[in-house]
Design a protein around this ligand. Structure first.
Ligand SMILES: *Cc1c(COP(=O)(O)O)cnc(C)c1O
Length: 357
């Protein structure tokens, strides 16, 4: 049976990306060797790194003064890199979910943290909009897509202080203005690659901002200076990232990824709103994520939750269980999800409706 992978992360990648990765594990670049057994300093791997960095710049339209880094540690380690490198006195954070809360917690180890707004009071079912960013903050941190709750910031924010964004789960799915951001980071295992590499996009004027000593590996300057090769980088995930970047470029770039994301989201939210058995969990419709689409059984149908899960799983819908903090269902529709997957899920919901209405 054809399965559609709606998992939140690590998650779906384009079939040709998987194929190119598995081929390189056997033999890389006609070398007679596996990608996994060659030096990261070989010219063959250096070409992978160079092209991956160049394609991130090209696809996101980054101006000259931005650097692209590939490091280890996941987005969670960036929660600490950010304040270590940028927080001298005070930082501002927008609290829109569990990841945003975790980012803020790390910053508190380094200085004063102002939570400008939070939607915790309503289980993060919306993105706060009325708040003031303190003009004396060293930076303002946001999470552009809240993977667990299915909310997303669909517009760039105007911040009076450097804007730092965790874009783990919506990078490359929306055209944005990079000049609004000072630092963008994320774990690659949602829209870019397999787990094991973290992307960081940093404007050069953000380097060397604090007076404290920074351990070598946590200092962004180390990775900028050494081209993400200070130590052994995660070669396989970087290779896979390159395949995804090439795939996105070939398919029409970020604008096309955005068009597909909207098409999928419109179709699925349309069904959630129409089908009397289901309801969306995000209170404010304009905040609905295009990447992680969360829904639960509607009032009166709550007892059918397990049955729908089994019904959908038996029809090849993989990984639609909602996060335990939200319950119900979450259909993650990252860039590589074909529209056929969403159509199949919508049909599954309609068949289930016929059985129970
Ligand atoms: C998945 C995710 C993280 C955690 O990423 P790791 O690479 O596992 O540390 C952080 N922020 C957001 C928004 C995420 O979706």
């Amino acid at each position: 049976m054809k399965k559609y992978n709606f998992t939140a992360g690590p998650c779906i990648l384009a079939p040709e990306v998987m194929k190119a990765t598995s081929d390189a594990c056997i033999e890389f670049d006609g070398m007679g060797l596996s990608l996994m057994e060659i030096s990261h300093r070989s010219k063959n791997f250096q070409a992978v790194m160079d092209e991956a960095q160049a394609l991130v710049k090209e696809l996101l339209n980054l101006p000259e003064d931005y650097e692209v880094l590939f490091v280890g540690g996941g987005a969670s380690t960036q929660f600490c890199y950010i304040p270590y490198n940028l927080l001298e006195k005070k930082a501002a954070y927008l609290n829109t979910g569990v990841w945003a809360t975790k980012a803020q917690k790390e910053a508190k180890l380094f200085g004063e943290v102002v939570e400008v707004a939070s939607s915790a009071d309503d289980n993060f079912t919306y993105v706060p909009k009325d708040y003031t960013i303190p003009a004396d903050a060293d930076y303002f941190h946001i999470t552009t897509n809240n993977t667990i709750y299915g909310t997303e910031l669909h517009h760039d924010i105007n911040s009076p202080v450097p804007l730092v964004a965790d874009m783990s789960s919506d990078i490359f799915s929306r055209v944005f203005d990079p000049t609004k951001y000072a630092v963008i980071y994320g774990g690659a295992q949602k829209n870019l690659s397999i787990a094991g590499v973290t992307f960081v996009i940093i404007r050069k004027d953000m380097l060397g901002k604090v007076s404290r000593q920074i351990p070598t590996m946590i200092d962004y300057r180390t990775h900028v200076k050494k081209g993400s090769m200070f130590n052994t980088p995660p070669v396989l995930p970087i290779f896979t990232a390159l395949q995804t970047l090439r795939w996105m470029k070939k398919e029409g770039g970020v604008a096309e990824m955005e068009r597909r994301a909207k098409e999928r989201a419109d179709l699925l939210y349309g069904e959630i709103d129409r089908n009397p058995l289901f309801r969306g969990t995000v209170k404010c419709k304009e905040d609905r994520s295009y990447m992680n689409i969360c829904f639960v059984m509607a009032e009166g149908y709550e007892n059918l939750q397990d049955e729908f899960f089994e019904f959908a799983t038996a029809r090849g819908m993989h990984g639609i269980k909602g996060h335990r903090d939200v319950g119900g269902f979450r259909a993650s529709c990252y860039n590589a999800m074909p529209i056929e997957g969403v159509k199949a899920l919508v049909e599954t919901m309609q068949e289930f409706e016929k059985l129970h209405k």
